[in-house]
Design a binder for this molecule. Structure first.
Ligand code: UD1
Ligand code: CA
Length: 440
């Protein structure tokens, strides 16, 4: 449902606590940038989405435009020099009298979110947008609220929000934290921005003081699992664990068997179809589709299609592979290859190849796809038996019904029906051992 609420995501900060050259909101959880996790959710509830940028603004904006083509987002560049802080991020900035005015929002209410709360979900956001009052404030009740602004409540009334950096030891003991999510009526935001200053330990314009601007305030007790703020890489790992659980739970509800779920990593782009099984330690990344297949323990699959197949244990399927009706065994690496009804049981590298039905790839087979300058293709047709330890020097074409002798270094194309044998001829010299070492 699209509400009559504007949304603004604050993503202009420096995120120094991440200690990273990547802007904070572009750090990923389960393969998706935190900011994009939020954008995907707010798109379900509003058609007036605003994003405030400052640090690495161009880089972030370009990434957004690449992923969300033809978007109608309103981008704002924060006047950080004059108006730093979460309230500064909501001001138009510049030299004019209107510097402290809020941006133009389409609707009377605006939902304000931080770009570092990747766990938000549309249905939880609606608990804020559906309430009709001047200020809706999200509060977390935590055992340990350190890192968050503390919410001072007296006689069931929110009195003040005090940032950790401005807090006395007494205030730090409070376990009500400001979640950093607010739904605010236009006139309240306007009045507030006009009056606030930056007299605090960080010399920043704090959005938190907005609660003093109306008595018509409703506090929504929210869960950290939904509104956790990610400031450090430790927080990032905690948020990712929560998101991973959601993705795994969804897969299991849809009929995927997962063994030791906590050990399985799944990214947003992974889709399952049919009855699938995923064993422990498996990593599923990128845009992958797994249809009626078994992924055995400790295998890695990245941006590939796996259909009616078994992979692993310890299989590695790299991007752009299509594996259909096949068996890929332990320590087999496949990259950018199409395999249909193929068996590759052990210890192989199959790169830039196309392999047809009934073909058996022996242990230790290597497609030598790279000549030091360029990548080349290996094409193997149907019913080919590739003996163990074979090296296929690409580009190369092996027609159907070919037998390649083990240990061959194959440099020439093979025709239907050929035996290919390309290895040094064996010579046995009788009694050489005894001549060399003497009688032992
Ligand atoms: C903020 C709140 C705190 C709350 C916590 C919840 C304030 C002053 N503090 O603290 O009470 O408990 O979130 O997670 O609001 N940003 C800008 N421009 C700036 C500064 C920040 O766009 O000048 C953006 C950041 O990119 C970030 C968001 O605002 O996405 C929050 O900033 P952050 O520095 O993470 O605030 P906290 O210290 O976590
Ligand atoms: Ca934060």
């Amino acid at each position: 449902m699209v509400n009559k609420t504007s949304v603004i995501i604050l993503a202009g900060g420096f995120g120094t606590r991440m200690k990273s050259s990547t802007p904070k909101v572009m750090h990923k959880i389960c393969g998706k940038e935190m900011l994009f996790c939020i954008i995907d959710e707010v798109q379900n509830i509003s058609d007036d989405i605003h994003i405030v940028l400052f640090n690495e603004a161009d880089l972030i904006k370009d990434s957004i435009n690449k992923v969300y083509q033809n978007n109608t987002f309103n981008f704002h560049l924060q006047d950080y020099k004059n108006y730093p802080g979460t309230a500064g991020a909501l001001m138009q900035g510049g030299d004019s009298d209107s510097a402290k005015n809020p941006f133009e929002f389409k609707y009377d209410k605006t939902l304000i979110l931080s770009g570092d709360m990747p766990l938000v979900r549309a249905e939880k956001l609606e608990e804020f947008t559906k309430l009709d009052c001047d200020i809706v404030l999200g509060i977390l009740e935590l055992d340990d609220a350190s890192g968050y602004g503390r919410v001072v409540i007296k006689n069931d009334k929110v009195i003040k929000i005090i940032e950790e950096k401005d807090a006395s030891d007494e205030i730090k003991k409070i376990n009500f934290a400001n979640a950093g999510i607010y739904c605010i009526k236009k006139n309240i935001l306007r009045n507030f921005l006009k009056e606030i200053d930056n007299k605090n330990n960080q010399n920043e314009f704090y959005l938190t003081d907005i609660i003093l601007y109306s008595d018509d305030l409703r506090a929504v007790i929210a869960k950290e699992d939904d509104f956790m703020g990610v400031n450090s890489k430790l927080d990032l790992s905690k948020a990712e664990s929560i998101m991973l659980k959601r993705l795994r739970d969804k897969a299991m509800k849809n009929g995927v068997t997962i063994r030791i779920p906590d050990s399985v990593y799944i990214e947003f782009g992974v889709e399952f179809e049919g009855e699938c099984e995923v064993e422990s330690g498996v990593v599923l990344k990128g845009k992958s589709k797994i249809i009626s297949s078994k992924i055995l323990s400790n295998s890695v699959i990245e941006s590939s299609l796996i259909k009616d197949s078994t992979i692993g244990p310890f299989g590695r399927i790299r991007p752009k592979s299509n594996i259909i009706n096949s068996h890929i065994g332990n320590f087999v690496e496949v990259k950018a290859s199409n395999l249909n009804e193929v068996k590759a049981g052990h210890l192989s590298y199959l790169g830039d190849s196309k392999i047809g039905s009934g073909t058996n790839i022996g242990a230790g087979v290597i497609t030598c796809n790279y000549d030091g300058k360029e990548k080349h293709k290996t094409n193997i047709e149907n019913n080919v038996f590739v003996g163990s330890g074979t090296q296929l020097i690409a580009p190369i074409n092996i027609e159907s019904n070919v037998l390649i002798a083990a240990g061959s270094t194959v440099t020439k194309n093979a025709k239907n029906g050929d035996l290919v044998i390309a290895r040094a001829k064996q010579e046995n010299r009788s009694n050489f051992f005894y001549k060399f070492f003497g009688k032992k």
